[in-house]
Design a protein around this ligand. Structure first.
Ligand code: SF4
Length: 470
């Protein structure tokens, strides 16, 4: 009798829960290992998948808020034994440091210890004979093809899914030295070389001989804080490929000011074929002096390059924590002010704790403004909020005389009943949710009203000052 063929299921739980647009690198590497060994596998993209034919199912989850798929929740105890679970989504919010350390260590090594995988040879070189070597394993870049094809069949543009199709993906280094309390790398103490570029650089070409995946994106945690010999050599390798690349988690701008090689970093990066905006992080307001020193160096070498900063916020917010909430909002706008001054854009990264904030919707509204460059570069947060009001009024058929008005004028109109007055149709305007959120914030903090209004009116065209780096 022929041996029954093994079938392995791979599950990107974040994808099934609609929570991501990033392909899951571990799953792609796992698929690469299975492919190397001729083992049948499939990316499961249906909540109600019949799991009977699978010998094993590997589920990866990056975000703690991701719901597990229905076929997992509904599995019988016997079926549950088929599942192998892993990823930061299973432990990132663990508060006990010792438990966190244990869970992270287990998670980071479990695939390389996996009994099933260890029955098969490693085809990717290095000292390991059997089982997967995650650093050396070439990802299987077609893993998400069925998902993308389905989305295209549903009417979405293929281009929307380019992260799944056009990039070689990997970590050149791993680790960090910063110990940010909100980060999965909080217990790391060093940065070490991880994959060589050729271990994940895809060479597939189409019929015309063009690279199918012409771009590279890197998941490195803190590339620039690595030993200079490491980042310099790896950056040169990236440049030598001639392919546009991008560090998706952002680069640590502070290193430009802290490292004796900061100018060399800025100059070398200025000569690269960088893909999209350069992304850095400005997570803590207390780093302002460092960030400003670094920005002067950066802008000197890269005066015209699009530069974006992740702005972490929302951490440890609670329903009654009014002062902590105010401080967080204040720090967001102060960081934005610095960035606008240096002609850079911000991108709000909200910790999931923002849901607990006294006015959680304020984070959503600031992100809608800040994270869309067309708004951020052209209007203040106040103007953005009032334009939302105008948009609502026009949509509801009201006559709008001024699409945007200063706060004082709005207040005068508000107090004289402009927004309560019936129009010729007998209809009354209402205040849209964006504007109402801003007004609720002003009402919550009467003692900070002037300061809030000043911050809500920060505008790039007024603040940008090239003299700072020229
Ligand atoms: S610098 Fe970045 S990678 Fe390092 S601990 Fe902080 S958030 Fe994490």
């Amino acid at each position: 009798m022929p041996k029954k063929k093994l079938k392995i299921g791979l599950v990107d739980a974040d994808l099934l829960c609609n929570g991501t647009r990033h392909p899951n690198l571990v799953l792609m590497k796992l698929a690469g290992f299975l492919n190397d060994n001729g083992i049948d596998f499939k990316l499961i993209i249906d909540q109600d998948e019949d799991i009977t034919p699978y010998k094993l199912i590997y589920i990866s989850r990056v975000f703690t808020f991701t719901q597990m798929p229905a076929f997992y929740e509904n599995a019988t105890p016997a079926q549950k034994r088929k599942f192998r679970r892993g990823g930061t989504g299973f432990y990132a919010n663990e508060l006990n440091v010792n438990i966190y350390r244990q869970k992270r260590d287990d998670d980071m090594t479990q695939l390389e210890r996996d009994e099933f995988l260890c029955q098969y040879p490693n085809h990717r070189g290095g000292p390991r004979k059997n089982g997967i070597d995650l650093a050396r394993q070439m990802p299987y870049y077609h893993l998400y093809d069925s998902f993308v094809d389905r989305k295209v069949a549903e009417g979405f543009k293929r281009d929307k899914y380019k992260d799944y199709q056009q990039y070689s993906i990997g970590f050149l280094t791993r680790g960090c030295i910063r110990h940010c309390p909100f980060c999965i790398n909080k217990l790391e103490d060093k940065i070490f070389p991880y994959s060589d570029l050729e271990w994940f650089l895809d060479e597939e070409r189409d019929e015309q001989g063009r690279l199918v995946r012409p771009y590279i994106y890197l998941w490195d945690d803190n590339f620039l804080a690595a030993d200079p010999a490491i980042w310099r050599a790896k950056l040169q390798q990236l440049i030598n490929t001639g392919r546009p690349f991008q560090f998706r988690q952002g680069l640590d701008e502070r290193m430009l000011a802290q490292s004796p090689h900061g100018e060399e970093m800025a100059e070398m990066l200025s000569k690269t074929k960088y893909h999209g905006d350069f992304i850095f992080a400005f997570d803590n307001w207390k780093d302002r002096p460092l960030i400003e020193r670094a920005l002067k160096i950066w802008k000197h070498y890269n005066p015209q390059k699009g530069t974006k900063f992740y702005l972490f916020c929302g951490f440890k917010q609670t329903e009654q924590g009014y002062q902590k909430f105010y401080r967080d909002i204040w720090e967001i706008f102060q960081r934005i002010k610095v960035l606008m001054t240096y002609g850079c854009v911000g991108y709000l990264m909200r910790h999931e704790d923002y849901h607990n904030a006294p006015i959680s919707n304020l984070y959503i509204q600031i992100a809608r403004w800040c994270n869309q460059q067309a708004f951020y570069k052209k209007m203040s947060f106040w103007e953005y909020s009032y334009r939302n009001q105008t948009f609502w009024e026009q949509g509801a058929g009201f006559e709008v005389l001024k699409p945007v008005k200063p706060y004082e004028e709005f207040l005068r109109d508000y107090e004289t009943g402009y927004y309560d007055r019936e129009d010729s149709r007998g209809k009354v305007r209402k205040i849209c949710k964006t504007l109402q959120t801003l007004l609720d914030t002003l009402e919550m903090f009467p003692e900070h009203r002037e300061e809030l209004l000043e911050m809500f009116n920060y505008k790039m065209s007024n603040l940008n000052d090239p003299k700072l780096w020229e």
